[in-house]
Write a protein of this length. Structure first.
Length: 71
């Protein structure tokens, strides 16, 4: 009997929160920067410091050389 009330409250709270729309349901109102990475090189807006980046299969991949002095 003592455990049924907390279980009921937990179930009711879960049902309530799952019925609400998520905080991220609306898109951001303004795009700050975008790139499609369709080529093999990074666009001119990209730069790097102590590392390199390449485009592989449409994804930007960061490469940190061992001599980059990162911990």
């Amino acid at each position: 009997m003592k455990t049924s009330l907390p279980c009921f409250c937990f179930g009711a709270a879960c049902a309530f929160f799952l019925s609400q729309s998520p905080l991220w349901a609306e898109p951001f109102p303004k795009v700050l920067f975008e790139d499609d990475f369709s080529g093999t090189e990074l666009g001119e807006k990209w730069g790097s410091w102590k590392s390199e980046s390449i485009v592989r299969d449409g994804v930007m991949v960061g490469i940190t050389p061992t001599e980059a002095d990162h911990p």
